[in-house]
Structures are given as C-alpha cells and as structure tokens.
Design a binder for this molecule. Sequence first.
Ligand code: SAM
Length: 408
Amino acid sequence: MRVTIDSLGARGDGVAQGGEGPIYLPFTLPGDVVEIAADRPAGHSRFELVEPSPTRREPACPHFGTCGGCDLQHANDELYRSFKHGLVVTALQRGGIDAEVAPLVACAPHSRRRVTLTAVRVGNRMLLGYNAARSNVVVPITACPITLPAIEAALPFLRRLAELLIDRKRPLKLLVTATTSGLDIAASDAARLVEKTRQRAVALALEAGIARLSVSGEILVQARPPVVDFSGVAVELPPGAFLQAVGSVEAAMADLVLAHLAGAKRVADFFSGCGTFSLRLLRKSAVHAVESEASALAAQDRAQRATKGLKPLTTERRDLFRRPVPAKELKRFDGIVFDPPRSGAEGLAREIAASGVARVAAVSCNPTTLARDLKILLDGGYRLSSITPLDQFLWSHHVEAVALLDRA
Ligand SMILES: C[S@@+](CC[C@H](N)C(=O)[O-])C[C@H]1O[C@@H](n2cnc3c(N)ncnc32)[C@H](O)[C@@H]1O
C-alpha cells in the first residue's frame, strides 16, 4: 500500500491514514510517500520511502534510526520546532484550556549536560549506549551530538569503566553529568564490587580526571566536589540527584519563574530538587523548599549558607503526593513555584486552587499532566498569563513548559 504521511504523532512517528485507521511509521515525516509492505521478512523495515518530504534533512548522528534516544533528527528546524510547540497546544486543547502558547525556547546540539547510558554484556562483547526505541536492545554508540563535548569525549573511558562495573545478569546504568568541576558519574545496577575491582575503578577514574565516581549511592572516589552553578550560587550535587538536562534552558525557565514571582516576599518551591529555583529566588524572596529527597534539601541548604546576600531558606522533607500541603498552610506565601515529576501535582494543585496565593508558576516535563493541573487552577479562580514550551531533549518527543498564573 502506498501512503502519504500527513502528520506527526505524539511520539514523533509519522502518521498516515489507512483504511482501518491511522498507521504510525517511525522515522517518517509529513509529506513522505512510503510503500508499506507488510509481507516483508521479519527484521526488515515494514515500509520503504518512495518520495522524501521537503522537510527532511541529513541527520546529525551516525546512530540515528537505530538508537532510541532521538526521534526527529531528520526533520528540519521549522517542522521540529512546530512539532514540539504543537505538543503543548494539543495537550491544552485536550485538557479544555484555551490559551495562546509562546514560541518554543530551543536548545542547541552539544548542549546536554546529563545523559544516562546503559551497558550490557552480549557474549564476549560489552555494549555501551542507549536503548533502541521501545526496546531493551542496547545500541552501542561512538558519538552523541546532543551531549556536551566533554561527555562525548569520555565515551572510551566510560566503556572501560562499564567493563569493570557490569553485572553479567543485568544492564548497568551510568548517569553522567558534566559539572563545572568535571564529570560526575553515578553507576547503578552494578556488580557487587570486590576490593580489586574497586581499586581499579578508582584508579581509572582518577586517571581520566573525573570529579566523582559513585556506585549505587556510595562514593568510590571524589577528586573534586561536582558543582553546578545556579546563576551565581554554587551547589554541590548529591550523587544521582535531579538536574535539569540543559543549563541554558534551565536558566530560561528560571528567568520566567523569577520575573513572575518578582515582588513576592515569601515563596514556596514545591518539588524543589537541589534548588534550581529556590536558590535563585533567594536573592529577593525568603523561600520554603519542599522535596522528598533529603540529600537535595541538604545541598541547597549548604549552598544558601555558603553564599552571601541571600534571604532566609527553610526546607521541608515531605512526600507531596501523599501529603500535599493544605490550602490553609499555603496562605502564608505570596508566590508558589511547583515542578513535579511526570505524573504532575494534582493533589497539590487542588490545595493551591483553594489557597488564593497571588502568583503561581507551574513547571512541567509532561504537557498532559500539566494541562490537567492547570485546569484545576483555572477552575479555582486563577488566570493563565503565559505558557512557554522549552526544549531540553533535543530531537526527542519530550517537551517542557512553564505556565504562569495569577488570581483572576
Ligand atoms: C522534575 S524534578 C524538579 C526539581 C527542581 N525543581 C529542579 O528544577 O531541578 C522533580 C523533583 O521532585 C522530587 N519528588 C519526586 N517525588 C516527590 C514526592 N512524592 N514528593 C516530593 N518531592 C518529590 C524529586 O526528587 C525531584 O527533585
């Protein structure tokens, strides 16, 4: 069957209309004409590109098409950016919200400061890379044009490190973060380390000049504390702690949040992590930071104490899904920022809606749960003053957004 791709689906696959409903074809673009051959031998592509769309361009990476990390390297910038913008527009429409969406804040290639690599042993070979799309198969990589050059250059070292740490029975994960003091590597699902392996891993890490190596939360070696800079406030990252993936996009998110909450005297930062927003807000507002990870709260507390001229910070360890802060306790704040995991912050949004706090900034990595939470706030009397999509996961189908609200 010959079809023309007419749109992109939410996961970045091309969509064509077949007789029995939509057909999703990975790595195709609107305007592509493809021949679908369902009777091809197993393992072969189910379709052939007959006529390429004018929106195609040469992918930047040799692994594009097999590696599952990127969905859309073959799309030109205009199509790619309108796809990401459209993800937020569609989520708002489906959530019953009528709002204008600001242009996408884009990120450049070679800007990602954090990646998670997977290593597996296949026979005598050790493969280090990313999973293929929707699969457990690891595609070994020799390049990764989304990451900062420091991470790409470390791939040979990371392969040698994985050889030492890998457990034969399960995939090893390496969370690699480029900090201002060097690479921070947090390994998980590693083999049980005997003393000799431990020493070899430490020697290898020191020789490669990395800042810190930790395995399953235990620091094996720290040559220098891994530090990130939140607009002039230096924070020492706990092993494995959350960090926004691209520094420039994090700064753009923070600019939006800070401009909206300017003038607030007491701000609550929910799902605060290591203080991405709270530490920046502290230049002008007192902040109460709430988060489930004690190490992340301790990191921002230390950073606040070590930095001159900041307003007071209080921290609270709390499970905000099980125990959202009640509306009556929120009334002591005049600004709120919340930045939950993908599942969103439904319970907290209900409390905020009932609180009457003047200004709210909602940050999200999932447009669908964001739309649900925004609807709760709008129904509770808030007005949406802007919503901005931001791209931290270049060439993927993921998009972040910052929504700014005040009382109507
Ligand atoms: C998307 S991150 C945002 C962190 C921070 N705002 C930032 O920009 O770096 C979500 C944060 O929520 C925290 N978290 C996850 N589940 C939580 C829960 N049930 N209660 C409170 N915090 C939680 C995570 O530890 C993580 O730091």
